[in-house]
Design a protein. Structure first.
Length: 342
């Protein structure tokens, strides 16, 4: 997915700007999305021991349960659910895009172990659906009866930002009228063994809509998705998003590798930088979506400047960059107006 003039302007063929209208977190140590501005982890936040139980979460893998909770909070924050937590938007044209690199690896490993010891007859019909690579996105769509495009991005370190960009492309191309983007990684022994370090339960969801649609229903967006690029190095990515010419950057969300990008310091003079993984631990596919939520918190707080999120670098196959700017003035909320939902 390469940057284009459309990506830099934030508008698609239909001329629509895409904005963030809802944010939901299922992340220990983070109570509200405003807390993402640090320091982290804080007190409270999501408790998996109590938050991942309930009849509607039975027979689902851990990543799907985390994703469902984050999606629930995001849709509520966007004003798209009723008193019974049922979706009130355009279900036929609402997409689900999930970013997860390790999401259901535990279910796959469990199935393989069962086949090795008991054969295929030992598999449970209730557990087998959890081995699908798209199971997380499928459960979110089923829960809210969303019948728009449905896909999972498992693209390594850039996965989360790629998922946000894919969701925006679906909207600007007219394939969807809204999108629920979820970044999720579970904390379990399988992921910990793969990474060689303790993994973190992390799920974050953002709701994307066209700015005009958000305005027509009285929503108060917190950010505009203004530009995206996936390139060989950071300098190219920054230039392709328009970050170096689209106004000052007040916050740079990094993954700790920006110093390796040639000329990065000269191209960007951010007044503040935040590395979420250095505070919360490995986030993998959840990182880019969590950066999007953090950007929304910065912009909703009234802080000056745009927000740039970057991941990847020389140690990876690519670098991705996402530029977020304030929503149209008439639609801008404050943190107090949004109520800082989880």
């Amino acid at each position: 997915m390469n940057a284009t003039s459309t990506a830099r302007s934030g508008r698609g063929p239909n001329g629509r700007e895409v904005v963030v209208t809802g944010i939901g977190l299922a992340l220990p140590g983070v109570g509200t999305y405003g807390d993402l501005l640090g320091p982290l982890p804080g007190e409270g936040g999501f408790d998996p021991a109590t938050g991942l139980v309930g009849r509607e979460l039975r027979h689902k893998d851990r990543a799907s349960r985390l994703a469902l909770r984050a999606a629930e909070f995001a849709l509520h924050d966007a004003g798209l659910t009723d008193a019974d937590a049922m979706f009130t938007g355009a279900a036929d044209s609402t997409a689900v895009v999930v970013s997860a690199n390790w999401g259901n690896a535990d279910s796959v490993c469990e199935a393989v172990d069962t086949i090795a010891t008991a054969g295929v007859t030992g598999l449970s019909p209730l557990g087998l659906p959890q081995t699908s690579s798209n199971v997380i996105a499928g459960w979110v769509a089923i829960r809210y009866r969303l019948r728009g495009p449905n896909l999972t991005v498992s693209n390594g370190v850039t996965s989360g930002l790629d998922a946000v960009a894919w969701a925006r492309n679906l909207i600007t191309a007219g394939r969807a009228e809204a999108a629920v983007v979820v970044g999720v990684e579970p904390g379990n022994h399988v992921v910990t063994k793969i990474l060689g370090e303790h993994s973190t339960d992390a799920a974050v969801a953002v709701v994307l809509e066209p700015a005009d649609a958000a305005a027509s229903r009285g929503a108060r967006p917190s950010a505009t998705i203004a530009g995206y690029a996936r390139s060989r190095n950071l300098a190219e990515a920054l230039a392709s998003t328009g970050a170096t010419e689209g106004g000052p950057v007040g916050l740079w969300l990094t993954d700790g590798t920006e110093s390796a990008g040639a000329g990065a310091g000269r191209l960007l003079a951010a007044t503040r930088r935040i590395d979420l993984e250095s505070q919360l631990g490995p986030l993998s596919g959840a990182l880019g979506v969590l950066q999007c939520a953090t950007a929304a918190a910065h912009l909703a707080s009234g802080a000056a400047g745009n927000v740039l999120a970057t991941v990847g670098g020389p140690r990876h196959d690519a670098t991705a960059a996402l530029l977020l700017t304030p929503p149209p003035p008439a639609l801008r909320p404050s943190m107090q107006e949004r109520g800082q939902h989880p």
